[in-house]
Design a protein around this ligand. Sequence first.
Ligand code: ADP
Ligand code: MG
Length: 250
Amino acid sequence: MSILSVKNLEKKFGDLTVLKDISFDINDGEIISIIGSSGSGKSTLLRCMNQLETITSGTITIDGKTLVETKNGTPVYAGKDVLKEILMETGFVFQNFNLFPHYSVLRNVMEAPVCVAGVSKKQAEEKAMELLKKLGLETKADAYPCELSGGQSQRVSIARALALEPKILFFDEPTSALDPELTGEVLKVIKSLTDLHITMVIVTHEMAFAKEISDRIIFMDKGVIIEDASPDEVFSSNNERTREFLGKYH
Ligand code: ADP
Ligand code: MG
């Protein structure tokens, strides 16, 4: 069953079209990596999924709920209630962690369940501690973000994204801000999430990781999807742009 469906998505910034006729479907539980050069539109695409960016035209459907559709050439967004439902079903992990600096690790993870979902503090704390334990951070519950390494910070932001038990997790270059040794630590944690059977959409430059973890890889170039296929197919593609891009990683 399709959990995320994007049809004919177009995004312009002024005269600049950064996403052109993007269409794809992701099935429940699939792990998708999105690869492509800097500036190809990967972050913009992800940001359209939670309305951090508005679209120019197209349709986005998440778990059967229409986030946005285009009527008479104008994008029409879901109402507040549906929007909230969609936002609660989606988690985001960004390159730069985006933790609340003045909250403890535990409070960072509890914040959305308590303040957005109306979960009791006690229940949210139990769930948060369970997640911190799963991500190897149980001793850091009372620490503040400034006391953490980059790898620990990113693991907290993953715990935070998991706290609302999302159906889809989006990662935008989760390891790009990290040293190589910390990158491995975070990739390992992302891999460990596969047993939760959450749909994951991961923008990454870690090609070996993408190849290993993904059911499918989407390769974007200049706002267009060039490949949407299995890792084996993408890595053995004869497309000139795909080969040129992957060639940079050897
Ligand atoms: P990627 O994540 O693949 O590196 P982005 O989605 O960040 O690519 O950017 C795609 C294109 O959109 C780039 O040309 C970038 O300069 C442009 N862009 C991104 N955000 C904005 C914005 N807020 N205003 C104008 N142009 C933008
Ligand atoms: Mg980006």
